[in-house]
Design a protein around this ligand. Structure first.
Ligand code: ZN
Length: 451
């Protein structure tokens, strides 16, 4: 059981804000006209200005084999890890026949979350483009989106389908066009949405009944616990897509991605075929963790880029540990979950340069494990609940500028944390920790001493 749970934690969830290019942002949007007709997706992308070359800024490297570029004189290819389109003349409009990419991508959104009846929730952000000067400029980026010198186009997606859609703006009838900005999930298909309180659920009919029979009650408890902790309800409710990827593989796996107030999640594995109390308990944690991201977004809590994902992932895991103890005592309890995170954090951290994703040698798991420890220390150091700390930090910094590690220390000070505690946390976060287990023990003793 431990192995199984460890496995699925690895695949638990997506950073809410994947890497942001440092490039200029155009003020006029590009438009993606996306159409589903007779099971075939087509995307027509219109740029607000001419570009010599463009590259997609999400789901990198997934298109060259799956999308067919229909625009004459232009070619779609993988250049240095990017899906890039180059042309012998300036580009303004591109047409693609799209074969959906349905596999989860590390630290990014799944472009199409597949449901077992053949329908899908699509992530609109997959159509976003960046301009580039030429092929050499793309190669010079070395696979790092943040090194782009081009222009990032704001994205307006217009989806038309011969099937109904479920969106944050309600159900869209077949043949009608739905418009949305930026990146969000839109479900396209025939599954009827289910309303429960201020949650709208689209649940895969292929999921075993023991997972769905009391799902609305289980989710209501998770959301009620968050509402109490955050001191506020989700202002506009949430939209949840829960897909079943089948039972072909052994064990059990879950993935979730949150965009705005939408959660796209999927479950898979043979262990789901029979009622399993350990999985049920784990799913309470999974829903509580993902719901935490919805509340973070709703409260304007800073969501950092991948290198500092410990901020939002750690807080979400810490809050999920607390809620799961209350709702599913069989999961192991708050202290046990936090101690396990601390042990995992110590092991990874002692062999890496720091708690950031870069420092962790590219392993995203460090954001959950060390993040949960940092979240608990933060909670101990500040006089308010962790939810209130992050809400205040969000109000102070907003989302217009990146919320950095330094901004986090500033927010701790504003929240009334004592200098000694901030210094201890600063050392832990910003310096390598070859003796990470001792460092974590020191952190707790400083935080508990101050308390
Ligand atoms: Zn998460």
């Amino acid at each position: 059981m431990y192995r199984m749970l460890a496995l699925l934690l690895l695949a638990a969830c997506t950073a809410t804000e994947p890497e942001t290019p440092s490039s200029d942002r155009a003020s006029v949007a590009m438009v993606a006209d996306v159409e589903l007709s007779d099971g075939q997706w087509q995307a027509d992308l219109m740029l607000p200005m001419e570009a010599q070359a463009v590259l997609f800024d999400r789901a990198l490297g997934t298109r060259a084999e799956r999308w067919a570029l229909l625009t004459e004189g232009a070619s779609l290819q993988n250049i240095g890890g990017f899906d890039a389109v180059t042309s012998d003349r300036p580009l303004t409009e591109l047409s693609f026949r799209v074969l959906p990419h349905t596999e989860p991508i590390r630290q990014d959104y799944t472009p199409f979350i597949p449901f077992s009846d053949g329908s899908a929730a699509l992530f609109t952000g997959q159509f976003g483009l960046l301009s580039a000067e030429n092929v050499a400029a793309i190669e010079a980026m070395g696979g790092d989106l943040s090194r782009s010198q081009g222009v990032q186009f704001p994205l307006l997606t217009r989806i038309t389908a011969d099937r109904p859609m479920v969106t944050t703006d309600g159900v869209i009838e077949p043949g009608r066009t739905y418009e949305t900005e930026g990146g969000t999930f839109v479900y396209v298909g025939g599954i009827e949405p289910f309303e429960s309180g201020n949650l709208t659920l689209v649940t895969d009919p292929g999921l075993p009944p023991w997972l769905t029979d009391d799902l609305d009650t289980a989710l209501a408890k998770v959301f009620d616990a968050h509402t109490e902790g955050w001191g506020r309800r989700l202002a506009d409710g949430a939209l949840l897509f829960l897909a079943f990827r089948g039972a072909e593989k052994d064990g059990f796996s879950s993935q979730g991605s949150v965009a705005g107030r939408v959660l796209g999640a999927s479950l898979s594995g043979r262990s789901l075929l029979r009622p399993n109390p350990a999985i049920r308990d784990y799913l309470t944690w999974f829903y509580a963790h993902e719901a935490a991201h919805l509340y973070q977004n709703d409260a304007g809590t800073p969501v950092s880029n991948a290198p500092e994902a410990w901020m939002h992932e750690g807080a979400a895991s810490y809050l999920a540990n607390r809620i799961t103890e209350e709702l599913s005592p069989g999961h192991g309890g708050f202290r046990q979950s936090q101690d396990k995170s601390a042990a995992n954090c110590a092991e990874t951290l002692s062999e890496s340069d720091g708690v950031t994703i870069d420092g962790g040698g590219g392993t995203y798991q460090i954001a959950y494990d060390c993040g949960a420890v940092i979240a608990e220390i933060t909670d101990l150091l500040t006089p308010m609940r962790l939810e209130a700390f992050w809400t205040e930090a969000g109000e102070a910094y907003g989302r217009t500028k990146p919320f950095t590690t330094e901004a986090f220390f500033g927010a701790l000070e504003t929240a009334g944390a004592r200098e000694e505690g901030i210094a201890a946390l600063r050392g832990f976060i910003t310096q390598p920790q070859p003796d990470a287990a001792d460092a974590i023990a020191d952190l707790y003793s400083v935080a508990e001493g101050i308390r």
